[in-house]
Design a protein around this ligand. Structure first.
Ligand SMILES: *Cc1c(COP(=O)(O)O)cnc(C)c1O
Length: 389
């Protein structure tokens, strides 16, 4: 996709002009390829949830909701944390946002002074880099290394210095599909406590873990509740990515800080969707186990397909994504592979190299999203088999 003329953009955003998701989704539309690039489902969320939104509009919930979100949703988020994680959250310490994205942006802008450092794990969700830069912060990346996407604790410890303000942790992790283990989270917690750092977590894939792994909110580890802002949203959990209802919670003073910025960004949003999200968060356990079972089967389908054409599939225990090394097909650059893929077989994927500061680490790794209907995935796997023809 050609870059658009953009000379007036502030210098610190010049490096963030192109979103790989926009580029690859445009390529998918132009070529008619199956889009396994951007992570959005191709079906609607639960019928009772979409019906609740329609009902809320009919019932007249169409004006500005309260700036921290409607009380029913703040209570539902607190109940959800107690139900799934045994975590005690005061509904007064829950803030509703325009998707997790806004909460992440507001948290970084509220908590990081210009020049302070933010530790992220790479490959990282591209929004992190942009909002850290907007805040005037400095990104310090610790690499999740193949073959298992583990990180080196010494490397993490080495990037922490007196300018470090916070650690941003995304688990289950996009783009790798990694679910951070309890031992890894405990190690991060120990460093955060020792160096008195804040932590912001992005847990939007919290209900998508497979193979017996489970999601552990970092805030539930000893000593972490008082220093952690926990962020999630309903977009991924309920297959409603277009609704953009998110939330953040944590200790009162941290949430107050995040809210101070948030109120000057969107102030508030999505009154009828906030109401419907109460219905969503209170769905029975069957919904949540069904979601994970469905996505796990889809991961297996796509991973097997990738393996059968000779790609080296990397482990993924969560999220919507599986990654693979395309070097066995003769590509040392995943970007070249992704640009060729629609023409070669009618599929779009995302090159992970754009999510690294150290591009050499993820140069030949490509991400495939499998949050699509089975027949679409079967067709995609069929098309991918042309790679070996
Ligand atoms: C999709 C996604 C988000 C954005 O969530 P919204 O609720 O749509 O704003 C945030 N973080 C990660 C890692 C994501 O994949």
């Amino acid at each position: 996709m050609p870059d658009r003329p953009n000379a007036h953009l502030v210098a610190r955003m010049q490096g963030h002009r192109l979103s790989i998701f926009a580029e690859m989704s445009t390529l998918a539309v132009e070529t008619g390829a199956i889009n396994l690039g951007q992570g959005f489902p191709d079906t609607d969320g639960p019928a009772e949830v979409t019906a609740a939104a329609i009902q809320a509009i009919r019932d007249g919930f169409n004006q500005y909701p309260p700036d921290r979100g409607i009380p029913e949703l703040r209570r539902a988020v607190a109940d959800h944390q107690a139900r799934f994680y045994g975590q005690q959250v005061d509904p007064g310490d829950v803030m509703v946002s325009t998707g997790a994205s806004e909460a992440i942006g507001a948290a970084i802008m509220a908590l990081v002074e210009p020049g302070q450092e933010v530790v992220v794990f790479e490959p990282y969700f591209d929004l992190y880099a942009a909002v850290i830069e907007l805040a005037g912060g400095v990104r310090r990346a610790v690499t999740l290394r193949t073959p298992d996407y583990s990180f080196d604790l010494d490397e993490l410890e080495a990037v922490i210095n007196p300018s470090t303000r916070l650690i941003l942790v995304n688990t289950p992790h996009n783009p790798t599909g990694k679910v951070f283990s309890e031992a890894e989270l405990a190690a991060i917690a120990r460093l955060a406590i020792t160096h008195d750092l804040l932590v912001v977590t992005d847990e939007v894939y919290e209900h998508m873990t497979y193979d017996g792994t489970r999601h552990i909110p970092l805030a539930t580890l000893p000593g972490m509740a008082e220093r952690t802002v926990t962020i999630s949203s309903g977009g991924k959990s309920f297959g409603l990515t277009g609704w953009k209802v998110g939330w953040a919670h944590g200790p009162t003073e941290l949430v107050n800080a995040v809210h101070t910025v948030k109120q000057h960004l969107s102030f508030t949003s999505g009154a009828p969707f906030q109401r419907a999200m109460v219905t969503a968060l209170n769905l029975g356990d069957g919904y949540f186990t069904g979601l994970a079972d469905d996505l796990c089967a889809k991961r297996d389908l796509v991973a097997d397909g990738l393996r059968s054409v000779g790609l080296h599939v990397l482990p993924a225990q969560g999220t919507y994504y599986v990654t693979a090394d395309v070097a066995p097909l003769g590509y040392d650059d995943g970007m070249d592979f992704c640009r060729d893929l629609p023409g070669r077989c009618g599929v779009v994927a995302i090159p992970n190299r754009v999510f690294y500061d150290d591009e050499s680490s993820g140069r030949s790794i490509v991400r495939f999203a499998y949050c699509k209907q089975f027949e679409v995935l079967h067709e995609a796997v069929e098309r991918l088999s042309r790679l070996t023809a």
